[in-house]
Design a protein around this ligand. Structure first.
Ligand SMILES: Nc1nc2c(c(=O)[nH]1)N[C@H]1C(S)=C(S)[C@@H](COP(=O)(O)O)O[C@H]1N2
Ligand SMILES: [Mo]
Length: 325
């Protein structure tokens, strides 16, 4: 299926949404805060329409403040959906079929650590509290391929606010599910499962940092890391953890999955920088997925205006190359 730049579904909510869904949403908003059986029933109905790959309804508004750049075409949906990194299902790109084994029904997320109070919440209920929108962004993998994707997402900062971290919290750690029976890649014991990533709270609060719940107008398909995954556009793709089950606020810097695999190749910061080589290849250019084109990579993947302020000269001096790997 080809995704057009001006999607046909990008029309006002009442027109794009079938009447009953629209009506239920109005009802849901009207009864919010009432609690009890009626709102539980409506919440249940809302869940029924959120299977990975279903059309995402109601259609979220596109936020055009953060653009991928007019010169960049949106990557063909078919290509982006069949070329994935998700090591839980294999250490190659063709995992989209295997990932369908993932059971995302009633997916629970735990929020803990340096927070006012631990929270356990169903992913769908968490999303329902968040300001969901569409953003078209650049995505740059450390392996030097890139794509431009219309994510359905909300600012990670909103999740941080919802979690109410204490003053002691300095970092956020994201943990992915662990289920080797379903995810056969997790039987490969030389990897430090489960997949873990992390960043500073300041980074997580930057308005460019996103939690993703859909893509190409659909509820997030499983191979993309359903039901919720990160997208940190100015960092290499491996920072964007998939299928998250636990979010912990910590005093200490978390050690990420890829740092544990090879700290010389995959650092904690992993900010996109064309001037700092990966030990085995140059990061100066990137291959545009679905084309034969190679284009120059931009510092911070082109989001420097928004994020460069996170990294002072003192921090760069202290961390050196690690800010960039
Ligand atoms: N849990 C988990 N998250 C992950 C990965 C993974 O193997 N497991 N791979 C990362 C890497 S290296 C990339 S490039 C992106 C790929 O996202 P995509 O398949 O949606 O393009 O997911 C990231 N998140
Ligand atoms: Mo990646």
């Amino acid at each position: 299926m080809i995704y057009h730049r001006r999607p046909s579904w990008h029309i006002p909510e009442a027109l794009a949404t079938d009447e009953s869904t629209f009506f239920n949403r109005r009802q849901l908003l009207a009864t919010m805060g009432l609690g009890g059986a009626a709102s539980a029933l409506i919440a249940q109905r809302a869940h029924a329409a959120t299977k990975p790959g279903d059309e995402y309804l109601p259609t979220p508004e596109r936020n055009d403040v953060y653009k991928a750049g007019d010169e960049r075409e949106i990557t063909d949906e078919e290509i982006a959906s069949t070329y994935n990194n998700f090591y839980e299902f294999g250490s190659h790109k063709q995992i989209s079929k295997k990932a369908q084994k993932l059971d995302t029904d009633n997916w629970m997320v735990k929020i803990d650590g340096e927070v006012e109070k631990d929270i356990e919440i169903e992913a769908a209920d968490l999303t329902a509290k968040m300001p969901v929108e569409e953003r078209v962004t650049r995505f740059r993998c450390v392996e030097a391929w890139s794509m431009v994707v219309p994510w359905i997402c909300y600012p990670l900062a909103e999740l941080v606010k919802f979690a109410k971290p204490t003053n002691d919290a300095k970092y956020v750690r994201f943990e992915t599910f662990l289920d080797p029976k379903i995810a056969r890649g997790q039987k490969q014991s030389w990897y430090p499962w489960p997949y873990v990533e992390g960043m500073t709270i300041k980074e997580a609060m930057n308005p460019v940092a996103l939690m993703v719940v859909g893509v190409y107008g659909k509820v997030l398909p499983k191979q993309y890391g359903a039901p919720m995954r990160l997208h940190i556009p100015w960092k290499y793709g491996f920072k964007s953890s998939k299928s998250i089950t636990r979010i912990s606020f910590t005093k200490e810097r978390p050690v990420s999955f890829w740092q544990e695999v090879s700290k010389d190749e995959y650092g904690f910061w992993a900010n996109v920088n064309p001037e700092v080589r990966h030990p085995r290849w140059s990061q100066a250019e990137e291959r545009v997925l679905g084309t034969t084109e190679r284009i120059p990579t931009q510092k911070f993947n082109g989001y420097g205006e928004e994020v460069a302020g996170l990294y002072s000269d003192t921090l760069a001096k202290k961390e050196g190359v690690w800010l960039w790997r």
